[in-house]
Design a protein around this ligand. Structure first.
Ligand code: ADP
Length: 431
């Protein structure tokens, strides 16, 4: 062990002592791998990245321009030690994305600012208008109805009979698999396994509580161990893949819409009739009627799964990028049914979102700016007293932000203002 560590240390100092030109030559001559620059020059990651940019500029996309286009991509003064080995490989810089805030929104009695990273003009202004209307009516309330990240390995056995026996074993011996799963994690708790058989293949959809983490790494480790133990009881079982798409991660699917994935959250608000008229510039009747025609009938006509909303994905994507969530999970996190009813003379609006996948620890949530924005929202990092409380709070805020977006866009459409608002906020007059 000691020899190995010493060898690594001396080879590292070898690279550190070389000039950039010498290292670039070594990469070009394949004495040093393109991907291994950070490892060779650690802890000076900025230098490693600077050298990779030179290699890319010279070999991948030479440019005749005085200033190479890659020069426009920033790379300095970033906390690369939080990125290397965790968030990104073959690093050449970072992409700055504009960040705005909407709100603060009164959610469950607390005012919370909504950070949104976006390049879509009018989105934040619209969300902000929705927040104003909700705040003027006393705020919104949320409920977390269900919680559980999922991972579904696919396994194969030698007969249909064995497939049925495997399902029965999982149903009758959950505690054995829970013990195995939970031996891999301090926070993960296996709640259930939903089995589906297709011929001799069995899909095992593990559902687990993952504390304040979004939980994909945690649940994958737990599944791996549980399968090892399952194999002791069903020796003919072969694991085809740790993910068999019955999870379903980052792809549209009915199972997430019906069963939920991550947090299942509802947010609602009762908007006073005069706020609908004065702030949102439409009538309760017109917005309720449009919600039926567009979000229910229109989406049904389109054969939608989980798309019974106006633009939940816009808000989810902007909040996810701002707070270091996995943007690919917008696919299922943004499934949402927006409901509107007239109650007395007021408007009752709700968003029901079965699959909000968020974490307050892990992944991109540890990057400085993303973490700071989670702090601004009051849900950064691990909740020591009640693990899971911070990620649940973040899921509530996501649903609240979507509620604002739905209210504002739907009222804009009902009033016929959508195009004029976009033209005003999205299109700079020609210079
Ligand atoms: P994910 O499972 O979302 O991909 P990671 O496994 O990469 O996330 O990060 C979660 C890490 O944070 C784990 O190592 C876990 O032990 C640690 N952790 C610390 N506190 C908590 C908490 N309250 N809830 C969940 N994980 C926590």
């Amino acid at each position: 062990m000691r020899m190995c560590a010493m060898a690594l240390a001396s080879s590292k100092s070898k690279w550190a002592a070389m000039t950039n030109a010498e290292i670039i030559k070594a990469v070009e001559e394949k004495q040093l791998a393109f991907y291994a620059l950070e490892q060779a020059l650690a802890p000076d990651y900025e230098r490693a990245i600077e050298i990779r940019r030179e290699v890319v500029k010279a070999k991948w996309c030479p440019s005749a321009a005085d200033t190479h286009p890659l020069e426009t991509v920033p790379f300095k003064n970033y906390e690369w030690d939080r990125v290397v080995g965790q968030c990104c490989e073959n690093i050449v810089g970072y992409v700055p994305i504009p960040l705005g805030v909407a709100g603060p929104l009164l959610i469950d009695g607390k005012k919370i600012g909504l950070p949104m990273a976006t390049t879509e003009g009018a989105l934040i202004a619209s969300t902000n208008r929705g927040a104003n209307a909700i705040n003027s009516s006393g705020g919104c309330t949320t409920a977390v109805l269900k919680e559980g990240m999922t991972r579904a390995p696919v396994v194969e056995v030698d007969s249909l009979e064995e497939a049925a026996a495997l399902v029965k074993f999982c149903e009758e011996n959950l505690s054995i698999l829970q013990e195995a799963f939970e031996s891999t994690t301090r926070f993960g708790k296996l709640k259930s396994i939903k089995c589906a058989v297709a011929g001799r293949k069995v899909f095992l959809r593990f559902v687990a509580f993952t504390g304040d983490a979004m939980g994909m790494n945690m649940i994958t480790k737990g599944c791996d161990k549980a399968l090892e133990v399952l194999k002791q009881h069903v020796p003919s079982m072969r694991v085809l893949a740790l993910s068999g798409n019955y999870c379903t991660d980052k792809k549209p699917s009915a199972i997430n819409w019906i069963e939920g994935r991550g947090k299942t959250v509802v947010a609602e608000a009762l908007i006073k009739a005069d706020v609908v008229e004065k702030t949102l510039k439409c009538s309760v009747d017109s917005i309720v009627s449009l919600n039926k025609d567009k979000n229910l009938v229109g989406s049904a006509m389109a054969g939608s799964v989980g798309g019974f909303n106006a633009h939940a994905a816009n808000v989810v994507a902007a909040v996810y990028i701002a707070t270091g969530q996995d943007p690919a999970q917008v696919v299922e996190s943004a499934t949402c049914i927006t409901s509107m009813d007239k109650v007395g003379s007021d408007l009752l609006i709700s968003v029901t979102m079965p699959s909000i996948e968020v974490g307050a620890v892990g992944g991109g949530t540890g990057l400085p700016a993303q973490r700071a924005l989670l702090e601004v929202m009051g849900c950064a990092g691990a909740n020591k007293e009640e693990p899971g409380a911070n990620s649940r709070q973040l899921a509530r805020v996501v649903a609240g932000a979507v509620l604002c977006g739905e209210l504002s866009l739907m009222s804009g459409l009902a009033a016929g203002h959508l195009l004029s608002a976009h033209m005003k906020l999205n299109r700079k007059p020609p210079q």
